[in-house]
Design a protein around this ligand. Structure first.
Ligand code: ADP
Ligand code: MG
Ligand code: MG
Length: 871
């Protein structure tokens, strides 16, 4: 039987899979000698068993009992002991942090008897009854499923205008009775008095909270696998609510927004942990602890320094001070903004804690992409309503909405929205995901809104206290009496905290300017520059860009692309050239008329290619011969049919013939129809014209390095026919160019060994390969049922976003291996959308591709991820 329970002295920080992040780090802190209240962790494995079978694994209760007994022996009191009770918290904690998504219950072990014992032992009646009412409240809500608002309303009624700390013992005793009544009425049972029953029920509730709707939604958003489960930590209680010399707080070892060193945190006197995050009372900046309790403050700073050295990274912590004594309740490597990630990584290098290799692994392509987002420009003339805290950077403009539901609704209609709340809670998650930005009037940098928005990369301004938010009336009032109603445009700046009325125009970020060839103008850009330089030095994968125009090619080159991996030629047949394409199709029986159209197209194509060769002088340019079905270049069937019908007798001969051609070429499944190499073989002369144009352009431009790519090949025979003719044209022109193929039809991947005989390179067209491997059309299915599939866990992320390693990826592996076996030195690349997706870049590295090609704007991201993949 597996071991299901670990004491804090038995675990360590590397056991996150089994103990969850919280449990692993509590163990780590215990082991390095920090003051952590004793406790134990029930593993994620037990949770997975529970979720699968609906019951605890055999032996778990006994094993937990043994650990509880050891804890009781150590503390010299039993759980819930009437005259001197041991109390514990039962806390969720998964491998990946899911802030506030799952449940925790504090003060377990209190009942009508032990509350008296606690009062007597502590000499503090008020504290004991306050703890008891908190237990019933939390237990009722999370374990017994009672609507939490009922408790809050009862508390509010009693408090009136006062703070909760103003409630006296007698009032708290009354509140306990009220709370018990609520439990009885709502849950249909009494609040359980038996301490062990309380603990066991709480453990189950934590396990079950893994599948709470908000937890599921959060995991989907953060791409956390659904099957991991959560661990449960049982921790001896320490009390921050024992009076003014007690309190609780959260802190970061550096500023998670900028990476600057200093003291960043919030502290709340006479309170339990939940109160800080919930924003019940206003916290004070952590610096004030220096006056409140200098010794504890110094100790805390010392511990934070120890943690940074130990984890060699920014950490965030939760702590509690019980009558002057400091206790650590949680730490983890902290979430941070994209900007801070780059700054901190290089700062840590300068401080000698990590090397450049590690610095590159500490930042992600997504973070880099985020830094390239535009920012507000010319805010000078804008009407600034107020300034809150800069909780998560970026510039966001949109319509103000005041509820999660409205945010989802308006965003669904394609509107940009800013979600405005007093403070957010986990139920706002759907709205936060839908919104361009989040604005709150309460809560600091550690509030729910701030933490979640940073994690999602959503722009957020929090704690804009001057705003009076009225969610019921759907409006807020700013200083000076300005009223912003639902639907009004506002703009928020997550980097400065500014809130503006109206839509403020945006400008390029300094990081984007840097990639455009601009200067290394500040510390952030300098950090990005250092990381990118190192990533380029260590990566094995080359990065190219998908570019169809000289402008795109030039931009891609500035962004560091080492060539064009995919130049599509389709758009070169649109606009005024449509008529030539129509002629090509209408030519009766081909022959002379067709040649006339092709001859007219050839110089135009030559000029197209010459422009791109010039922009990429000295670097390879892979040109894909025309791919989509011909009917895409013809008028729409219905439009044309109507036009011809309306014209009746007067309809022109050309229109009649066009209509006939459109009908003839109409396909039920164009994606699987006459396109790519099939088209090239069906319309003699079309591919040849393109190859002649490529050759002519290559002769015109010195340093041109053309590669010719044949799309949609499924059989080597197709490729051989095209190749033979192309090779002859190139030879006649005296131009050297590699001829290769896309691998995008599953049959091509499966016969890659044969195909490699006729191809000098393969480029994986993973958009089509994904469509054809799964058998679903990207244009149709994504909106139709992918949401449902993601919910059901059929896949964790859309296969059009990240390469499906098991299926599509397997075909790629086969093609790469068999292709290289048949032709050593075969060049391998990818040119699908996936070329700019971080996870897919790593996969391409793993299977030994030579390059990835992605859109110009993603080139820096791919460079960075290619570097990370190599480390
Ligand atoms: P979350 O993951 O939502 O932060 P936690 O398990 O960390 O939930 O607990 C919620 C709050 O209760 C935190 O502020 C934490 O510090 C506090 N807390 C948890 N266990 C204890 C304990 N044994 N003694 C005192 N406070 C605790
Ligand atoms: Mg916590
Ligand atoms: Mg394709």
């Amino acid at each position: 039987m597996p071991k299901y329970v670990y004491g804090f002295t038995e675990g360590n920080k590397d056991l996150k899979d089994l103990l969850g992040g919280k449990g692993a780090n509590l163990a780590e802190m215990t082991n390095i000698g920090l003051p952590v209240p004793p406790g134990f962790t029930i593993t994620t494995e037990a949770c997975r068993h529970y979720l699968r079978h609906g019951d605890m694994p055999g032996g778990l209760e006994e094993e937990a009992g043994e650990h509880l007994a050891a804890l009781e022996a150590r503390m010299g009191k039993r759980l819930g002991q009437a005259d001197d009770p041991l109390l514990v918290s039962v806390r969720s904690g998964a491998k990946f942090s899911m802030p506030g998504m799952m449940e925790t219950v504090l003060n377990i072990g209190l009942n009508d008897d032990s509350v008296l014992g606690l009062a007597k032992q502590s000499g503090n009646d008020r504290f004991a009854w306050d703890s008891y009412r908190r237990l019933i409240q939390m237990f009722g809500r999370t374990v017994l499923g009672v609507d939490g608002e009922l408790f809050e309303d009862a508390l509010d009624d009693l408090k009136g205008d006062r703070d909760d700390t103003d409630l006296g013992t007698a009032e708290l005793q009354r509140l306990v009775e009220t709370f018990k009544g609520i439990v009885r009425a709502q849950a249909g049972r009494d609040f359980p008095a038996d301490p062990r029953e309380q603990m066991d029920l709480a453990v189950r509730a934590v396990f079950e909270s893994w599948n709470a709707p908000r937890a599921i939604l959060y995991r989907r958003q953060e791409r956390i696998p659904a099957g991991l489960g959560t661990a449960v930590n049982v921790v001896a209680m320490v009390f921050g609510n024992m009076g003014p010399d007690s309190g609780t707080g959260v802190a970061f070892t550096r500023d998670p927004g900028s990476g600057r060193r200093g003291v960043y945190g919030d502290y709340l006197r006479d309170a339990q942990g939940e109160d800080v995050v919930a924003g019940i009372r206003n916290t004070v900046p952590l610096q004030e602890l220096e006056t409140i309790n200098p010794e504890a403050y110094q100790e805390l700073l010392g511990i934070m320094a120890t943690l940074e050295r130990h984890y060699r990274d920014l950490c965030d912590i939760e702590f509690t001070i019980e009558r002057g004594r400091l206790w650590m309740l949680q730490t983890r490597v902290g979430k941070r903004t994209a900007e801070a990630a780059f700054r901190i990584a290089t700062q840590l290098v300068d401080e000698g804690l990590i090397d450049m290799d590690e610095a590159v692994t500490r930042v992600t392509g997504d973070q880099l992409a985020h830094l390239m987002f535009p920012r507000f420009s010319a805010t000078g003339s804008s009407h600034r309503l107020t300034t809150g805290m800069n909780a998560s950077p970026g510039a966001a403009a949109g319509r103000a909405v005041f509820s999660s539901e409205r945010a989802v609704e308006l965003a669904g209609r394609g509107e940009a929205v800013i979600l405005v709340r007093r403070e957010t809670n986990p139920d706002d998650l759907a709205g936060m995901i839908a919104a361009h930005g989040v604005l709150t009037s309460r809560g600091g940098k550690t509030s729910h809104a701030a933490v979640v928005a940073r994690g999602m990369g959503t722009t957020c301004v929090c704690g804009a206290e001057e705003l009076e938010v009225d969610p019921h009336a759907r409006r807020f009032t700013a200083p000076g009496g300005v009223v912003v109603n639902e639907g009004d445009l506002i703009s928020i700046d997550g980097s400065t905290g500014a809130v503006y009325l109206g839509e403020v125009p945006v400008t390029a970020s300094p990081v984007a300017r840097y990639f455009e060839g601009g200067p290394v103008e500040d510390e952030l850009v300098r950090a990005v520059d250092r990381v990118m330089t190192h990533a380029d030095a260590v990566r094995r994968l080359e990065v190219r860009a998908n570019a169809d125009t000289p402008e795109d090619a030039a931009r891609a080159r500035r962004f560091g692309a080492l060539g064009v991996g995919l130049c599509r030629t389709e758009h070169m047949f649109l606009g005024e050239r449509r008529r030539l394409v129509e002629d090509l199709i209408l030519a009766p029986g081909g022959g002379k008329e067709r040649q006339v159209a092709l001859d007219a197209l050839e110089p135009l194509q030559t000029a197209d290619f010459a422009g791109i060769f010039e922009a990429m002088r000295g670097l390879p340019v892979t040109i894909r011969l025309i791919d989509p079905p011909l009917h895409e270049f013809l008028p729409d069937l219905t439009d044309l049919a109507v036009r011809v019908a309306v014209a009746g007798e007067r309809a022109g001969e050309r229109d009649r013939r066009l209509l006939e051609a459109v009908r003839r070429l109409h396909e039920q499944n164009p994606m699987l129809g006459l396109r790519g190499v099939r088209l090239g073989l069906a319309i003699p002369g079309l591919f040849a014209m393109q190859v002649r144009a490529i050759a002519a352009a290559a002769r015109q431009v010195e340093g041109a390095r053309a590669e010719i790519m044949i799309p949609l090949v499924g059989a080597v025979q197709e490729l051989e026919i095209v190749r033979e003719e192309a090779a002859r044209i190139l030879a006649e022109a005296g131009v050297e160019a590699a001829i290769g193929t896309m691998i995008e039809v599953p049959r091509a991947a499966l016969t890659a060994g044969q195909i490699a005989g006729a191809a000098e390179f393969f480029s994986f067209g993973t958009n089509d390969l994904t469509q054809m491997t799964w058998g679903f059309s990207r244009d149709d299915v994504e909106s139709a049922f992918f949401g449902r599939y993601l919910d059901l866990g059929v896949f964790g992320v859309s296969p059009f976003e990240s390469i499906d390693r098991d299926g599509v990826g397997r075909l790629m592996r086969i093609a790469a291996e068999e292709g290289r076996r048949a032709r050593p030195g075969l060049k391998l690349g990818i040119c699908g959308e996936h070329g700019g997706d971080p996870d897919s870049v790593h996969f391409c590295h793993e299977i030994g591709l030579d390059y990835v090609s992605c859109s110009p704007f993603r080139v820096p991201v791919a460079r960075l991820e290619a570097g990370r993949a190599a480390l």
